[in-house]
Structure formats: C-alpha cells, structure tokens
Ligand binder design. Sequence first.
Ligand code: 48H
Length: 267
Amino acid sequence: MKTLDDIIVSRAIIEKFMERFRDNLDIDVAICGGGPAGMLAAYYLAEFGHKVALFERKLSVGGGMWGGGMMFNFIVVQEDAVPILKELGITPEPYSEDGYFTACSIRTMATLTAKATEAGATIFNAMTVEDVVWDGKRVGGVVVNWSAAQVAGLHIDPLTIRAKYVVDATGHDTDVLKTLVRKNGVKLSTPTGNILGEQSMFALSGEKDVVRNTMEVYPGIFVAGMAANATFGGHRMGPIFGGMLLSGKKVSEEIHNCLIKQKSLNR
Ligand code: 48H
C-alpha cells in the first residue's frame, strides 16, 4: 500500500456499521444480553436460518462466563451439556469425579462468539436495551441506546428495532422484563404474575430450574439463562454453566417453532 488515507478508514467503518445497523431494524429475534445463554440462543437461531441480532450493553460479550468461578477462569459443565460444547468444537475435560467436566472459560466464550457470528447472528456491543416496544398486548421489539450515553447520563432519545420475538437473557438483573413490568403493569405467566426473584445457592435445583423456567413469559418475550430463574424464583447455581447452555438451546428451539408456525400461517 503506497498511501494510507485516514478519511477512507473512517468512511469504511461508518459505511459498514450503518449498513449493518440499517439491515437489522426489522428482525426475527432480538436477544438482550450476550452472556452464555444469549450467545447460544443467537448461535442456534442463526443456524436455523432466522434473522437474529444480539444487543450487549458492555464492550465485550460473554457476561459472567469470562470470570469462571471467582475469576479462576475455568467453568464446570455437567454431562448433559457436553454435546453442546462438542458441537461448538470444544472438548471439555472429564474431571476426576464422575459426570463433571471442565473447560477454559476464555476459550469457550471466544469459540461461542466466533460460531454465533459465523452462523450469521449479528452482535451489537456497547448498546443497552433500555425498553421494549409494547402495543398493549404483545412485545414487538426493543428500544436501544448507546451504553455510553446512559453512563454519562445524557438525555438522548433511543432508536427502535422491530422483532417478532425478544429474549431477555440479561442474567441476574432481568433488566428488560423488569422494565416491561414496571412501566406497563403487565401480568407475566409466573404464579404471581410478577418477577419472583432468584433464590440462594442450590446448584442441583438451580440447574434443573433454569431449563424448566426458559419460556415465553408474556406474549412476544422469552426469558433464558439466569434471567429465567430470576423471573420464576429458581435457585442460583454458581459457576456451573451447563444449564445456561441448555437454556440457550431450549429458547432457540421454542422460538424456532413459533417462527415456523407464523411463517406457515402467513403463506
Ligand atoms: C443489553 C444487557 C442489559 C441490557 C444486562 O449474566 P450473564 O452471563 O447471563 P446468562 O444468564 O447468560 O449467564 C449467567 C451466568 O453468567 C451467571 O451469572 C451464573 C451462572 N451465575 C450463577 C450464580 O450463582 O451467580 O450475561 C448477561 C449479559 C451481560 O453481558 C450484561 O452486560 C448484559 O446481559 N445486559 N445487555 N441491554 N439492558 N442488561
């Protein structure tokens, strides 16, 4: 290269980003949060051929996976979730105790990120989902803004993404569902109609709960990962990640079935 024009560099970045953003204004699935559950949902939904975008408020996706357990950067997975990791190209190592496997948290998340984007999922990082689109009956998209604008406390209006389905995979906070309930007083499909809040550590129960609690909790919005347990009052489980992976897979399958049904009705 003989010359290097700074303006061409800027133009290339601006054009590519705008193209991508414009292309994702009307999508099949908007995933809120790029932890393991959200990333796995993005991977499978893209593999199914749906148009999926994931919005992550931090600069990097990965959520709580990078830190393993107390920053010891390994995760433990149980036997049920091993096939998922193998499908991604990660072979977890059997631990000396039967049924327990370990994997490097950095390699797992980096691989998952590569696989999800290769499959066709689009990731928007440094963007916060600050609200949902709601017509009084159903959630129909997300309202996004730059996380930096929120951190700076700037009064900047957001932009809107239309989506056939929304997944709250925001982890312990259940951030998006909380906003839906707080602003609109809607009744969820929980025993009280409200967000129940997670219970204390009990890994065995928490891991079962997280898969069972992964579902459409109000028309148009699903919960997955730790957000599912926080919604339905399931237990936390510490740094065992099989449940998060299985939850991400389950939500993708449920939404895939809904989208297939919708598409055949529209034919
Ligand atoms: C955009 C947002 C917003 C928002 C938050 O916490 P996560 O890793 O979530 P999961 O459910 O995939 O995995 C949970 C796991 O990491 C964990 O915490 C476990 C197993 N805990 C057990 C225990 O006992 O403690 O990721 C959620 C992601 C994060 O990256 C957030 O930054 C992001 O969601 N996020 N993104 N808009 N409003 N709120």
